[in-house]
Design a protein around this ligand. Structure first.
Ligand code: MRU
Length: 353
């Protein structure tokens, strides 16, 4: 099936030896690319959500390591391997929940260990960063095909946050399934939650689907249960920031509520994520670090205070959906239906040969 028609958006580019990021804080009003020339700029871009979405954060961090290695090697070719450790730490501190960040840094660290003394580290590290980006895109295309096969259409779908091209190396995880299902004629309407407070749904998901010619209907987050009660939505399709060893899923705040509502209404709940999002070292969702961001993100909108003066806010930006509420986890390694610890273990077991 040719998906190219629905796959034009990209958010990460390596141009002329620098990392360029489509500034997601400004979409959909402006399409501006921000150039990062050193690792500090890369870490800051992740922290401030110029780039966001678990796989995109991992890819960005990998390119950040390339920039760090270039600078450290130029400073002192004999000492770059020691000096780069503080750069890796700085990248790791940029956001806590998306495990793809730590996964990508571990891959880069393994590569660093294999580079012979005296050799310029930039070319081998760049090759690995490129491979991480290319593998992510390939995984998304495969997950798109697998996830779409679960949708007996034409069905309406509901998605949350942005798990699309903007959040990955391209094509998207949840939106990859949406793209593939649209291409295969399995979709009626695509509904997207606006996703308060950062509005990833209203600003980003709506923008990238429209860029690719896929009609999208926004709903307020609070409208999802009533939408499901109308009985046209057959699947909620979301991404993940971290999946624990027992199949519990951390994703954008509001995902857990959708899973509860989906169970109540007999709607399927599909989580789409590459294996780089699966953290077998974390036993269950209670051990996943959940990021809490500045209360101002809730108290203000578009830079203007909207909450009553004196009101405080609590702003956790992810939640954990228990595995028992998940119908299927779709990865590039295959589909896990009714996930639990044994099924996750079987999925992640090294394959022979
Ligand atoms: O805070 P964000 O925008 O980085 O959160 C993103 C999400 O929650 C996505 O659903 C998740 O990272 C999967 S992206 C393919």
């Amino acid at each position: 099936m040719g998906y190219e028609r629905f796959d034009k958006v990209r958010a990460i580019a390596w141009r002329a030896g620098r990392l360029e990021l489509l500034d997601q804080r400004l979409l959909p009003d402006q399409c501006l690319w921000l150039r990062c020339s050193d690792v500090l700029e890369v870490a800051e871009a992740i922290r401030t959500m110029v780039v966001r979405g678990a796989p995109a954060i991992g890819i960005t961090a990998a390119y950040g390591v390339v920039l760090a290695a270039r600078a450290r090697y130029a400073e002192d070719p004999a000492d770059w391997r020691r000096a780069i450790e503080s750069d890796l730490d700085r990248l790791a501190a940029s956001r806590p929940t998306a495990v793809n960040l730590f996964w990508a840094l571990a891959v880069m660290r393994e590569t660093i260990a294999t580079i012979p003394d005296g050799e310029d580290p930039e070319p081998p590290l760049f090759a690995v960063a490129e491979r991480i980006a290319a593998d992510d895109l390939a995984a998304n295309r495969r997950m798109g095909r697998l996830g779409a096969s679960l949708i007996d259409g034409p069905a309406d779908l509901l998605t949350h946050c942005n798990a699309g091209s903007l959040a990955t190396g391209g094509f998207g995880t949840a939106l990859g399934v949406v793209r593939a299902a649209v291409a295969e004629g399995r979709v009626g309407r695509v509904y997207a939650d606006e996703t308060r407070p950062w509005l990833q749904g209203a600003r980003l998901t709506a923008w990238e689907l429209i860029e690719d010619g896929i009609p999208v209907t926004l709903v307020a987050d609070g409208a999802a249960a009533y939408l499901m009660a109308q009985k046209t939505v057959r699947w909620v399709v979301v991404g993940a920031d971290r999946i624990a060893a027992n199949g519990d899923v951390a994703n954008k705040i509001g995902t857990y509520g959708l899973a509860v509502q989906a169970r109540r209404h007999g709607v399927g709940f599909m989580v789409v994520a590459p294996s780089s999002t699966i953290d077998m070292a974390t036993a269950d969702g209670t051990a996943i670090p959940i990021e809490t961001r500045d209360e101002d993100e809730l108290l203000s909108l578009a830079g203007r205070r909207i909450a009553a003066p004196g009101a405080q806010a609590w702003n956790p930006v992810f939640d954990v959906t228990p595995a028992e509420l998940v119908t299927a986890i779709v990865t590039e390694k295959g589909i896990v239906e009714s996930p639990d610890a044994a099924a996750m273990q079987a999925l992640m077991a090294p394959t022979a040969g």
